[in-house]
Design a protein around this ligand. Sequence first.
Ligand SMILES: [Zn+2]
Length: 302
Amino acid sequence: MKKLVLFFGLGLLFIGCQEKTSSAPFSIVCTTGMLADAVTNLLEGVDSVDIHALMGPGTDPHLYKASQSDVLALSRGDLIVYNGLHLEGKMQSLFEKLNQERVFAAAEQLPDSMLINASDYAQAHDPHVWFDLSLWSMVCQGLSQRLQEALPHAAKTIAKNEQSYQKDLEKAHSWALNKMSLIPEKQRVLVTAHDAFKYFGQAYKIEVRGLQGISTTAEFGLRDISDLAQFIKDRGIKAVFVESSVSPKAIEAVREAVLREGRNLELGGELYSDALGAADSEAGTFLGMFYKNVRTIESSLL
Ligand SMILES: [Zn+2]
């Protein structure tokens, strides 16, 4: 079986090294599933495009290192779409080596004034912009324009798809605002492993606390755990959340610190922070992931 896999791997590499023919589909390589989902929605009904996400379900983009096949895909892609703002921190030098006309840093199109400063990195911004749907709608608008430039023959279809997708985003945005407003303000605190939800918190008016900073590469110590446990006790918080793309160990350590003092603290469930869920699950699309997260938060904190 291994030999067969190796044979297929080498075969793909060989195919990848062939000169592209004019009939080959327009290849779009996205880093995250969130971006690939946006591109898929914008290109619905457009023929001869190939959309590929490098990072699958449960993948942590902060720690992700490109494989050899990723490097090949990036070098062969007609358009490379990445989030930017240092989300894909370990791939940055790769993006810089590519022909910049083929590269699009989707979240870096947002004006600085709309971005949250990263408290743990000097002169950097929080990259998790997808959880404020009003910002993600602007990201999709920029992406739509870039795709229309790249595929002028499909520009009308892409513009029409964008209009329809923007309506879906608006609907989800209003729904989330309403859902979060149902949670009494004192209980409206989202405690997670890392600071992926600051934009979510700002947009939907929920206080957020992460054990690690905006990147999972940040270290945390016993002091951080005990500080967060104290905060949870002081505020009478009912539940904390694990993230699908981050080890649950950190948040479990916080929960144990609270439980040791005889206080109850629920695990509120799994939130999808930096990656989509499995393709055949509700969280397999970006909006599915967003709806699922909001319902998980609401049912645990209410
Ligand atoms: Zn993150």
